[in-house]
Design a protein around this ligand. Structure first.
Ligand code: ZN
Length: 158
């Protein structure tokens, strides 16, 4: 048993996440308190971002535009160990990764979730094109080429 330093409740050690930097290798707050803290923090951050947006309208617009303009159609390959996933996008590949991550219905999303991975765990390879049509064509070619490959997440059936 361990006492949470926030809610002061005694709980089973399994109710605390691991923290290697601590003497007892456990987080000082219980899981539910940790969750509350995290929630509060993200709310604070959102509030701060919103306020900044209001105070810096022009700068915000400029940033948005710069961000959009930087995106170019591309065919991408996310690699992890021997596994890889082929796709194409008009968006930033980082943003595309996030959509994959939250969508477990796609093979890559499922793979990310199953192995608890982050963007930094993957190696990214991109080929840029002038139009998204060309990028999609190249994507199809690549997938066709790897259709028999068991390491190709596009053609894996779960
Ligand atoms: Zn607690």
């Amino acid at each position: 048993m361990k006492k949470c330093t926030k809610c002061k409740t005694e709980k089973e050690v399994t109710e605390f996440t691991k923290d290697k930097s601590r003497k007892d290798k456990l987080c000082p707050y219980c899981r539910s308190c940790e969750r509350e803290i995290r929630k509060g923090r993200s709310k604070e951050n959102a509030k701060r971002a919103k306020q900044w947006k209001l105070n810096n309208k022009e700068k915000y617009k400029e940033n948005q535009k710069r961000y959009r303009d930087k995106a170019k159609p591309c065919c991408y390959i996310w690699k992890h160990n021997e596994f890889f996933y082929i796709g194409s996008t008009k968006q930033h590949t980082g943003r595309r990764f996030t959509t994959h991550k939250i969508n477990v219905n796609t093979q890559l999303g499922y793979y990310i979730k199953k192995h608890n991975l982050e963007k930094k765990d993957f190696e990214l390879q991109t080929t840029y094109f002038e139009t998204i049509k060309e990028a999609r064509k190249y994507e199809k070619e690549l997938i066709c080429k790897h259709i028999e490959d068991p390491k190709c997440l596009n053609t894996q059936r779960w």
